[in-house]
Design a protein around this ligand. Structure first.
Ligand SMILES: Cc1cc2nc3c(=O)[nH]c(=O)nc-3n(C[C@H](O)[C@H](O)[C@H](O)COP(=O)(O)OP(=O)(O)OC[C@H]3O[C@@H](n4cnc5c(N)ncnc54)[C@H](O)[C@@H]3O)c2cc1C
Length: 507
C-alpha cells in the first residue's frame, strides 16, 4: 500500500474507521504510538491510530534528538535499560532508519572543575558504553570508540571552549536523529504503507477495552471506533484517559542559540553541572546549523499543558552552566528561542508489574527511564515512559500484551520509508532528511523551478509541498512546527508563514 498521508486519505480512512472493527486501536501518534501502529500493522493486524493534534505533536518533538546507548543509565546502575538502548540504537543505525540516524561526536572538556579522578571515572564509563556498542553489534565504522584528545584538538572541534586551564577533552560518539519529528512521520508513513489508518486531529474522549469515543477536531463530530484491542500511547497525557496510570511529568528545556553564538562547532559538548556527579548540560549542534543547549529536569506540578512553556529560570540555569565551559559567558541575547518537553516518567509508586521502580518522592532526575506496559481493568493496555531511542521495543511489548495471539514482531529489521539507497549526486541535506525519497523531492523542483526557492534553513518550497502531499501536513503549523522546525525561532516562523500557506494552496 501507498505510504503517502494527506487530507484526502485522512477523509476516506476516517469514514472506514467509523464502520469497521479493527484489531488494534492506537491512541497517540508520538514515537511510541506511531511505533505501535507500525508494529501491529506489520504483523498483519488491522490498525486505526488517532492523535488529537498532529504526528509528533507531544514530547517526541521536544527531545534532545539523541539515539543513545544509555550511558547515564549505566552510571546509575540500570544496566538493563542501557543494554536495551544500545540494542535499539543499533537497529536504528543499521536497519531501520540509517538515513535519519547517524553518529555524532561529543566533547567533555577537562576544565579545572573536572578533577582527574572524575575524568578517569568518566572515561571508564565511556569505555563501558563502547563495550555495549560492540556487544550489540554496532560496528566501529558506524559509531567510533571514545578517546582522550589534547587541548589543541578540542579547540579545533569547539573553538568557543575556554582554553585557560584546559587539559584536553574526552571525545565520545553517540547516535543522533536528524529530527525527532521526522522519525515519527517516517514511522507513521511506514505503518500506513502496511495498511494502518493514520488519523490526525481525532481526539479520543473516552477509552474502553473494545474501542473509543472519538471527536474529529476538524468538524467537531463525535463517533465510535470499535476495536478488539486498545493501546493508550498518549505519553504524558496517558492518565487523562486511563486514570489508574500514575505519571510524574518532568520538564526538560532546551535553548536555541543564535548562529555564531558558539563559533564553528564541529562536535557537541557535555558540560558537567557543578555539584552533580554524572549530570551534564548538552550543547547540541544541529544539521540545520542551529545549536541547542539543554536540558533541565524539573518536576511539573498541576495540569499537563498541550505545549509546555520554557520558563526564564530554566533559560538562566542553562546559560550559566554552559557558560562555565566557554571562553565568554553566554548572554540572554544569544538565545533565539527555547522549547520545553515533558518526560512521561512512570511513578514508581504505582507498583505495577512492569512499571519502573523509581524511588517514590525522589527527584525526577532519579526516576527510572524504563518503560511500562500496564493493563487496566477494562482491558486497555497503556505503554508509557521509556525514550525515543526505545520506541520500537516499547511498541513490541505493547502489542505483545494487547494481542497475545498475534504473530511475532517484525520491526527489529524493518526499514522505514526513505531507508533505501540514495541516488548518487543527491545533496547531503536532502539525503539526511528524505533518504531514498530525496529524488522525488528534487523532481518537484524540476517540474516547477519556483519550488526550488529556499524558505528558511535551506528548506525549499518543494519540501513544504511534499509534506502536504505525502507527510500528512494539514495546516501551516504542521509544516512549520513539525514537518520542518522553522517555527522554533519566532522570527523565522513569521517570515516563513506565507510560504507555508502558499504550499497548502499549491498542493
Ligand atoms: C526534554 C526532553 C528530552 C528528551 N531527549 C531524549 C533523547 O535525546 N533521546 C531519547 O531517546 N529520548 C529523549 N526523551 C524522551 C522521549 O522524547 C520521550 O520518551 C518520547 O518522545 C515519548 O513519546 P510518546 O510517543 O510516548 O509521547 P508523545 O510524543 O508525547 O506522544 C503522545 C501523543 O498523544 C497525543 N494525545 C494526547 N491525548 C490524546 C487524546 N486524548 N486523543 C488522541 N491523542 C492524544 C498527543 O497529541 C501526542 O502526540 C526526551 C524527553 C524530554 C522531555
Amino acid at each position: 500500500m501507498n505510504s503517502s498521508l494527506n487530507a484526502a486519505r485522512r477523509r476516506w480512512e476516517l469514514d472506514e474507521a467509523r464502520t469497521d472493527v479493527v484489531d488494534v486501536l492506537v491512541v497517540g501518534l508520538g514515537a511510541t504510538g506511531a511505533g505501535v501502529a507500525l508494529d501491529a500493522a506489520s504483523r498483519g493486524l488491522s490498525v486505526a491510530a488517532v492523535d488529537a493534534h498532529d504526528l509528533a505533536f507531544g514530547t517526541s518533538r521536544w527531545s534532545s534528538k539523541l539515539i543513545h546507548g544509555g550511558l547515564r543509565y549505566l552510571a546509575s546502575g540500570q544496566v538493563g535499560v542501557a543494554w536495551e538502548s544500545a540494542v535499539e540504537r543499533d537497529a536504528l543505525l543499521r536497519f531501520i532508519a540509517p538515513h535519519l540516524v547517524a553518529a555524532h561526536p561529543y566533547l567533555l572538556p577537562l576544565t579545572p572543575d573536572v578533577p582527574r579522578t572524575q575524568a578517569a571515572a568518566l572515561m571508564a564509563g565511556y569505555r563501558l558504553g563502547d563495550a555495549l556498542r560492540a556487544a550489540s553489534g554496532t560496528p566501529r565504522r558506524l559509531l567510533p570508540g571514545p578517546s582522550r584528545v589534547a587541548a589543541g584538538r578540542a579547540l579545533a572541534l569547539a573553538p568557543s571552549l575556554r582554553a585557560d586551564g584546559l587539559r584536553g577533552a574526552l571525545l565520545s560518539w553517540d547516535g543522533r536523529v536528524v529530527d525527532d519529528a521526522r522519525l515519527v512521520v517516517a514511522l507513521a508513513r511506514t505503518a500506513a504503507a502496511h495498511g494502518a489508518r493514520i488519523l490526525t486531529r481525532c481526539r479520543a474522549l473516552a477509552l474502553g477495552g473494545d474501542g473509543a469515543r472519538v471527536r474529529d477536531e476538524l468538524t467537531g463530530e463525535e463517533f465510535d471506533i470499535r476495536a478488539r484491542a486498545v493501546i493508550n500511547a498518549t505519553g504524558v497525557w496517558a492518565g487523562e484517559l486511563t486514570p489508574s496510570v500514575a505519571l510524574r511529568p518532568s520538564r526538560g528545556t532546551h535553548l536555541v542559540l543564535r548562529p555564531g553564538a558558539l563559533g564553528a562547532l564541529r562536535a557537541g559538548l557535555h558540560v558537567p553541572i557543578p555539584g552533580e556527579r554524572a549530570r551534564f548540560a548538552l550543547v547540541l549542534p544541529q544539521a540545520d546549523g542551529r545549536v541547542y543547549a539543554g536540558l533541565t529536569d524539573e518536576p511539573l506540578d498541576g495540569p499537563v499543558p498541550d505545549v509546555p512553556e520554557a520558563p526564564e529560570s530554566d533559560v538562566a540555569f542553562l546559560l550559566d552552566v554552559v557558560g562555565t565551559a566557554l571562553d565568554r559567558p553566554l548572554r540572554r541575547a544569544d538565545v533565539a528561542g527555547a522549547f520545553a518537553g515533558l518526560r512521561p516518567l512512570v511513578d514508581g509508586r504505582v507498583g505495577a508489574a512492569d512499571a519502573a521502580s523509581g524511588p517514590a518522592g525522589g527527584r525526577s532526575a532519579d526516576l527510572s527511564r524504563r518503560h511500562a506496559v500496564l493493563r487496566s481493568p477494562d482491558g486497555v493496555v497503556t505503554v508509557v515512559g521509556g525514550k525515543l531511542t526505545t520506541y520500537r521495543r516499547m511498541a513490541e511489548d505493547a502489542v505483545d500484551a494487547a494481542c497475545p495471539h498475534a504473530r511475532a514482531s517484525r520491526t527489529a529489521r524493518l526499514p522505514l520509508v526513505g531507508a533505501g539507497p540514495v541516488r548518487p549526486g543527491t545533496p547531503g541535506r536532502l539525503a539526511r532528511r528524505y533518504g531514498s525519497e530525496a529524488w522525488a523531492v528534487r523532481d518537484l523542483m524540476r517540474e516547477d523551478p519556483a519550488l526550488a526557492e529556499p524558505v528558511a534553513l535551506g528548506i525549499t518550497r518543494a519540501e513544504l509541498v511534499w509534506a502536504v502531499r505525502h507527510e500528512g501536513a494539514l495546516d501551516a503549523a504542521d509544516l512549520l512546527d513539525r514537518r520542518t522546525r522553522i517555527g522554533l525561532v519566532a522570527e523565522d516562523r513569521a517570515a516563513a508563514l506565507p510560504a507555508a500557506e502558499a504550499a497548502l494552496a499549491y498542493s
